[in-house]
Write a new protein. Structure first.
Lengths: 232, 467
C-alpha cells in the first residue's frame, strides 16, 4: 500500500531543509539527511524519482572527489563547484519540495493550513499558490506550442544559444497569465467563504499516524547530530 | 411586494480610474424574478455584477455612491463574507473559478468554510448532485473535465449554501450548444424554486424561456428596459443595432446546414488529408478523415466538445503527429515539422502567445517578411498601438496582433480557436470583416467555432465533426 506523509509533516521537512542549507553539515550527517529525505519516495511509490535524486547526489559526490584532486582550470572549476557544492546543498530542499508537490492536492494543503490555524492573510495567498501548480503545468504546454509557431525556443540549441531570451519568452506569458488567474481564483474563493472567520471543517481526513510521527523525529536527527557535535 | 435587489442612483468609479464606470443606475428586482442584463463589452455589466455579490468595493476597490441593496445588505458597508449565504456567483471563465482540483472537494469547499459537520457535508453533496443531475461528475479530476462540465460544477458549487440570489456573469460564453442547454436547464429549475436570478449576457437566445425582464446597459448607464413579451418582439436586426447577439438562431442554423453540404465539392484544395487517423495510439479520436481545404475561403470547423476539433487542429498545424494517414500541402506530403513552419494557431487565450515588449516587436518576432510591417499594421488598424505593450491591449486588439505576426511570418495555414466566444455582436462583425480581408490572400483559413452567428454569416463552407 502506498503511504504518503501528512501535509503538515511535509511542511516541517521543507522548513528543516531550509535550515540545513544554512548550516554546514559534515559529510556523514549530510548522507544520513539525504537518505532520511528520500525515504518517503519509496513508501509513496515514486521509485524513478527517488533513483533520479540518488543518482544526482552520488554523481555530485563522485565529482567532488575528482574536483578536489584533479582540477586546476579556474573557469571549469568554478562551474563544476557550483554544480557539485552549490546545488548539492540545495538537494534536500529539492527532494522535499518535489515530494510535496507530487503527493499533495490543493484540498490537502488548505486543510493543513487551516489545521495549523494560519491567519487569512497567509492562508488565502498560500492556497492560491498551491492551486497554481497544476495550472502552470497546463499553461506551460500551451506556451511551448505558441513558441513553436513563432519558431522560438523550439529546440535545445536555442536554449543553449540564447538562454535568457528563451526563458523570457516562456516566463512573460506565464507570469502575465498568472496575475489574471490569481485574481480570478481569489474572487471565486472569496465568494465561497475561504475568508470566513470561525471554525472550518475539512472532508480531507488529516490525522497524524505513527509514520508521520516517526518522520517528525527522523527529520530532526541530522540537526541533533550536528548540534551535538557528533562527527561519526 | 418588497424588492430583493434595489439600486438607487448607483455610480461606481474604480480606484485609479479617471471617470466613473457606472452612472446613476436605478432599478429593482423582486424575489423570484429572472432579469437579464445585456450590453456590449465594456458597458459595465461585469462591474455591476460585482456590486451585487460584494466583490466590489470590498475586493476590487473603488468609489461607490448611491445605495446598492442586495437583500438586507448594503454594498460598501457589508463584508464580503456576509454575502455568502445570500448570493451565489458563477463567472465566465471555466478554467479559473475552481479552487480545488477534484469535483467533490470543490462542492465541499463552501460547506467546509462555514464549518459544517462532515456527515452533513457528504449528505449535502449527494443531495445537490442528485437534484442538479451531476452525480456522474463526482470524484473527478477537474482538469480532465470539459469546459461545459467545469461550468456545471461551478454552478452547483455556487448553490451549495442555497443562496436566494444567483449572479451569473456570462457563464455560457465559452460553451457549446449542448453544454449551454444543460446550464439552461439548471437555471430553469432554480427559477421554479423561486430563486432570484440575475444574468449578465450578450448571448440571449439560450435564456429566452425563463427571463422575465431585460435591461440594456450602455456606457455604464441603463439605456433601456423591456418586459419579456416586449423583448421577444424585437427583431434580430434591431438587436444587432444595439450590439446584441440574436434572439432567434434558427435562420443561422439553416445557413449552417447549407454551408455544411457545400463540402462535397471535389475541387482539389491547398491542404488535403488522406485517410488521416488522429489522436493517440491508446485513444483514437477520429479515423478516416479525408478533408479538402481550399485557399481564399473561410472554412468553419464545428461540432460538439469532444468530437476532436482541437486534436484535428493540432494535427494539421503539426503540434501532434497523426497516428496514420497523410497530410498534403499542394499535393506534397508534409511532416509535422514542416507543418509547424507553415501554420499558425491563434489560440483562444491570447495571453499565451504574446512574448514581446511592444506591438511592433511582437509582430516582427520570427517574421520572414519584415518589409510588409507598415502595410500589415495599417490594414489591421494597429498603428495607434505600435509602441504599446501587447499585454495592455484589449482581447480584440491582441487577436489582431497575433494575426499580424502570422501574416509577417509567412504562414499559409491560419487556424483560429474560438475567436469570437465572449464577443458582442459588433466585435464579432469586426472579426468577420477581418476574415474577409484575410481571405483575399492566398492562405488556408480555418475557424474552430461554436458561434453559430459567426459561422453562418462569415464562413464559406463548414466541416461538421461528429463522433
Amino acid at each position: 500500500m502506498k503511504r504518503v506523509l501528512d501535509p503538515r509533516v511535509k511542511l516541517l521537512l521543507l522548513i528543516l531543509a531550509a535550515v540545513y542549507i544554512s548550516i554546514q553539515l559534515s559529510f556523514p550527517i549530510e548522507l544520513i539527511l539525504v537518505f532520511i529525505y528520500i525515504g518517503p519516495y519509496f513508501l509513496a511509490g515514486l521509485y524513478s524519482l527517488a533513483i533520479m535524486f540518488l543518482l544526482i547526489y552520488f554523481s555530485q559526490l563522485l565529482l567532488s572527489q575528482f574536483l578536489v584532486s584533479h582540477m586546476n582550470h579556474a573557469f571549469v572549476t568554478y562551474i563544476l563547484s557550483f554544480l557539485v557544492f552549490g546545488l548539492r546543498s540545495l538537494l534536500p530542499s529539492m527532494i522535499a519540495g518535489t515530494y510535496s508537490i507530487k503527493t499533495t492536492t490543493v484540498s490537502e494543503w488548505i486543510a493543513a493550513f487551516k489545521k495549523l490555524y494560519f491567519p487569512n492573510w497567509l492562508l488565502i495567498p498560500l492556497a492560491v499558490i498551491a492551486r497554481f501548480f497544476p495550472t502552470i503545468r497546463e499553461d506551460y504546454q500551451r506556451i511551448r506550442q505558441a513558441m513553436a509557431f513563432r519558431g522560438v525556443g523550439t529546440n535545445l540549441w536555442d536554449l543553449v544559444k540564447h538562454p535568457i531570451q528563451t526563458l523570457e519568452y516562456l516566463l512573460i506569458p506565464l507570469l502575465m497569465n498568472a496575475t489574471q488567474v490569481a485574481e480570478d481564483l481569489t474572487i471565486s474563493s472569496l465568494t465561497k467563504g475561504l475568508s470566513l472567520s470561525g471554525k472550518h471543517t475539512s472532508i480531507v481526513p488529516l490525522k497524524l499516524t505513527l509514520y508521520d510521527w516517526l518522520y517528525v523525529v527522523l527529520a530532526f536527527i541530522p540537526l541533533v547530530l550536528h548540534l551535538g557535535g557528533v562527527y561519526l | 411586494m418588497k424588492s430583493i435587489i434595489k439600486s438607487e442612483q448607483v455610480s461606481f468609479q474604480y480606484l485609479h480610474s479617471k471617470a466613473p464606470f457606472l452612472k446613476d443606475i436605478n432599478f429593482e428586482v423582486y424575489p423570484g424574478e429572472c432579469v437579464l442584463i445585456c450590453g456590449a463589452s465594456g458597458s459595465g455589466k461585469t462591474s455591476f455584477s460585482r456590486l451585487l455579490n460584494g466583490i466590489s468595493p470590498n475586493y476590487i476597490e473603488g468609489n461607490l455612491s448611491g445605495n446598492m441593496h442586495t437583500a438586507n445588505l448594503n454594498a460598501g458597508e457589508a463584508d464580503i463574507e456576509e454575502y455568502l449565504p445570500i448570493v451565489g456567483s458563477v463567472f465566465q471563465n471555466p478554467k479559473t473559478q475552481h479552487f480545488t482540483v477534484d469535483t467533490t472537494s470543490e462542492l465541499a469547499f463552501p460547506l467546509e468554510n462555514i464549518g459544517m459537520e462532515l456527515d452533513d457535508i457528504r449528505q449535502q453533496i449527494q443531495n445537490k448532485a442528485v437534484s442538479f443531475q451531476i452525480s456522474h461528475l463526482l470524484e473527478r479530476n477537474i482538469f480532465k473535465l470539459s469546459g461545459g462540465e467545469k461550468q456545471q460544477i461551478a454552478f452547483v458549487s455556487a448553490n451549495m449554501l442555497e443562496p436566494s440570489i444567483l449572479v451569473l456573469d456570462e457563464v455560457t460564453s465559452n460553451l457549446d450548444q449542448e453544454a449551454i442547454n444543460r446550464i439552461s436547464k439548471m437555471v430553469k429549475n432554480l427559477k421554479k424554486k423561486n430563486i432570484t436570478i440575475i444574468l449578465f449576457e450578450h448571448r440571449l437566445s439560450w435564456a429566452k424561456d425563463f427571463v422575465d425582464r431585460y435591461i440594456l446597459f450602455e456606457e455604464g448607464k441603463i439605456k433601456n428596459e423591456w418586459s419579456a413579451s416586449e423583448f421577444n418582439k424585437i427583431t434580430n436586426d434591431e438587436l444587432h443595432y444595439l450590439g446584441l447577439r440574436s434572439m432567434n438562431l434558427s435562420p443561422y442554423r439553416e445557413d449552417i446546414q447549407e454551408k455544411t453540404n457545400l463540402l462535397t465539392s471535389r475541387e482539389k484544395g491547398m491542404l488535403q488529408t488522406k485517410d488521416l487517423e488522429i489522436g493517440y495510439p491508446s485513444h483514437k479520436v477520429l479515423s478516416r478523415v479525408n478533408l479538402n481545404f481550399q485557399s481564399n475561403k473561410i472554412i468553419g470547423l464545428m461540432g460538439e466538445n469532444g468530437t476532436g476539433k482541437s486534436t484535428l487542429a493540432n494535427t494539421l498545424t503539426g503540434l501532434q503527429a497523426p497516428i496514420s494517414g497523410e497530410i498534403l500541402w499542394q499535393g506534397k506530403k508534409m511532416s509535422p515539422k514542416q507543418l509547424i513552419k507553415k501554420s499558425f494557431l491563434v489560440m483562444q487565450d491570447m495571453n499565451y502567445q504574446l512574448f514581446s515588449d511592444s506591438v511592433e516587436n511582437e509582430i516582427l518576432l520570427g517574421s520572414k517578411h519584415p518589409e510588409y510591417l507598415e502595410e500589415v499594421i495599417e490594414t489591421l488598424n494597429l498603428s495607434p498601438y505600435r509602441k504599446r505593450h501587447p499585454m495592455s491591449l484589449s482581447e480584440g486588439q491582441k487577436q489582431r496582433v497575433a494575426i499580424a505576426s502570422a501574416i509577417l511570418s509567412g504562414k499559409e495555414l491560419i487556424i483560429f480557436d474560438e475567436p469570437t466566444s465572449g464577443l458582442d455582436y459588433l466585435h464579432m462583425e469586426r472579426f468577420g470583416q477581418l476574415l474577409e480581408r484575410l481571405k483575399t490572400t492566398k492562405r488556408v483559413i480555418v475557424i474552430i467555432t461554436h458561434d453559430e452567428e459567426l459561422a453562418a454569416k462569415w464562413c464559406d463552407s463548414i466541416i461538421h465533426l461528429k463522433k
